[in-house]
Ligand binder design. Structure first.
Ligand code: ADP
Length: 216
């Protein structure tokens, strides 16, 4: 008898600092499926010396969104790779209605998970966020500190603050979230494809709640 596994197709929505990346990675590890973060992909491309890289770097630093045609194409190409055959966790995409409509055409069954967090808490979390420039692991000075001060647990690199984690850029990104991304909650709710979860508790508690809500 052949047992076929259903696909695990998820996307995580939430304001900056809600723990999208952390929870997406936990879910991806658990299910052995790829974690696809458009932010990580763009940050990597922005580090390249090309004209495109420099253009991206400017967009990211100010907290603006990368144009939809570029973003949609990049995601479509990534989702066409064979490692997504048994599923994926999208993090940071879609971020507006155009992107959601595009995704619905290529992946109509994706389940959206909304991590809720107040703006006040989001700003607090972002100011303490540190990332590993090598492996992209994410820490928080207070909530999820590395074992050795300012040093990545995984590869020992010196942790950095993201260039878009300035107060100014965070406010732009939060405003974008409310204007452009929040309407997606209705979009997925109307399709019966939305699960909401409180992003305020500690990381492990959110992961456990997430597993429970997804029946994993
Ligand atoms: P955060 O959720 O904390 O804003 P991300 O790492 O998801 O961080 O994204 C960082 C930046 O990458 C965004 O501010 C934006 O410039 C760009 N970006 C990421 N995802 C998208 C997307 N889906 N559409 C357009 N731009 C994006």
């Amino acid at each position: 008898m052949i047992i076929t596994m259903g696909k695990y197709e998820y996307l995580i929505l939430g304001p900056q600092g809600s723990g999208k990346g952390t929870q997406a990675q936990a879910l991806a590890n658990l299910l052995r499926i790829p974690h696809i973060s458009t932010g990580d992909i763009f940050r990597q491309l922005a580090g390249q010396q090309s004209e495109f890289g420099q253009e991206l770097d400017k967009i990211l630093k100010t907290g603006q969104l990368v144009p939809d045609d570029i973003t949609n194409k990049l995601v479509a190409n990534r989702l066409a790779e064979s490692d997504t055959n048994s599923g994926f966790v999208l993090d940071g995409f879609p971020r507006n209605m155009k992107q959601a409509e595009f995704l619905a055409k290529i992946k109509p069954d994706v389940l959206a998970i909304y991590l809720e967090l107040s703006d006040e808490e989001a700003v607090k979390r972002i100011s303490g966020r540190r990332v590993c420039p090598n492996c992209q692991a994410v820490y928080h000075l207070q909530y999820n500190p590395p074992r050795v001060d300012e040093v990545c647990n995984i590869d020992g690199a010196h942790l950095l603050q993201r260039t878009d984690d300035t107060k100014e850029a965070v406010l732009v990104r939060l405003a974008n979230f409310h204007q452009q991304t929040e309407p997606l909650l209705d979009f997925y709710h109307q399709r019966g494809k939305l699960k909401r979860i409180d992003g305020a508790p500690p990381i492990d508690v959110v992961t456990a709640n997430l597993r429970a809500i997804l029946g994993l």
